[in-house]
Design a protein around this ligand. Structure first.
Ligand SMILES: Nc1ncnc2c1ncn2[C@@H]1O[C@H](COP(=O)(O)OP(=O)(O)OP(=O)(O)O)[C@@H](O)[C@H]1O
Length: 332
């Protein structure tokens, strides 16, 4: 979304200093640490980071679907201005799927194997739109199948009779059934081959443009997110270490050293020889985080302050970067 208008629309999603931990026998796992972000209508924002960086935890936290041992340690999650943690159980059940929905990791395997596609789509309407007639629900199911480019004859199919790509399309159709304002997609195409992956991503883009919902697209695949999303939040050890326009995701721009490492790990298809410079070391233990910057033990630029002083987010050429290498104005 362009920022040129003086009148910026209200964000669909606003995260204010959100922190989430998991209680464990060894201490609190600090899975999400003080993250803030705004997503506007019509916008696709990518969320990337290595496995274990806290992406799914944040997605679940937005939906207020945290696991039993998880705790919202602080902050606010506002969807269309509503703090989801201020809703009671009944209000939350209504709010979810109507205003915000989520395509979970490996969702295509989460379809109920003993129900037909039609029954699973109908369930959503029976629960959330009890006044709808059977005929209206059937018509809606047909329209949803067409929307995700599946022949409506498959409404009578059971999940095992569909390909992985078709099952994933059904899951996306279900997530969009009630026309939510915000859709969280957690690795929606990871289990699929590249061709099917591309067709699903094209479908997501097409539907998003047509319907105008906002998307938080979670993935560990940096190049995929850079292509799909307008803005990308890069997560390391539970924190956003950089938030940038995806257009600026190239090594000619200044970045957080971790982003630079991820960018270096993307092979350039046009290059004659491909040099992949991985990131050395492993992500930190989220119970005993390193002092200072959590990335410093792996950072090739680390200096003394990085070991002791927590880097705050700074505005660097229009990007938010939390790194001592940069001196610019403090934004928050
Ligand atoms: N129920 C749990 N109890 C304790 N720790 C947990 C629990 N669930 C997740 N974690 C830890 O929280 C951290 C963040 O996990 P999360 O699944 O959010 O990361 P992720 O970036 O989504 O990873 P992936 O891409 O592998 O799904 C990890 O260190 C993980 O081990």
């Amino acid at each position: 979304m362009s920022n040129n208008n003086q009148q910026q629309p209200a964000p669909v999603l606003e995260l204010r200093n959100v922190s989430v931990g998991y209680e464990s026998a060894h201490g609190m796992v600090q899975a999400v640490r003080n993250v803030s972000l705004k997503i506007y209508p019509n916008q696709i924002v990518g969320l990337v980071g290595e496995s274990g960086s806290g992406k799914s935890t944040l997605g679940n936290a937005i939906m207020a679907l945290l696991k039993n041992n998880a705790v919202l340690l602080g902050g606010e999650v506002l969807v269309q201005g509503q703090d989801v943690y201020k809703l009671n159980k009944k209000e939350l059940r209504k709010f979810r799927w109507n205003r915000m929905s989520m395509v979970f990791q490996s969702a295509m395997n989460a379809l109920n194997p003993v129900l037909t596609v039609e029954e699973q789509i109908a369930d959503v309407f029976t629960y959330h739109r009890p006044a709808m007639s059977k005929k209206e629900i059937y018509d809606k199911a047909v329209a949803l199948m067409k929307m995700v480019s599946i022949d409506p004859k498959h409404l009578k199919s059971y999940p095992h009779e569909l390909s992985g790509g078709m099952r994933q399309r059904v899951v996306i159709a279900i997530a969009l059934a009630l026309e939510p304002d915000l859709v969280i997609m957690d690795e929606p195409t990871t289990a699929l081959d590249v061709v099917v992956q591309k067709s699903i991503l094209d479908k997501i883009k097409e539907l998003q443009r047509e319907k105008g919902f906002a998307v938080l697209f979670v993935s560990h695949d940096f190049s995929l997110v850079a292509e799909l999303a307008e803005k990308v939040a890069i997560m390391y050890a539970g924190r956003f270490i950089e938030i940038t326009d995806s257009k600026k995701l190239n090594l000619l721009e200044r970045h957080h050293p971790y982003t630079e490492g991820l960018l270096g790990a993307i092979p350039e298809l046009t290059a004659e020889t491909v040099m992949i410079e991985g990131i050395p070391g492993n992500p930190p233990d989220l119970i005993n985080l390193p002092t200072g910057c959590a990335y410093h033990p792996r950072c090739k630029y680390a200096f003394e302050s990085c070991k002791t002083i927590h880097p705050v987010e700074k505005n660097v050429d229009g990007r938010l970067i939390a790194c001592h290498l940069y001196e610019e104005e403090v934004v928050r």
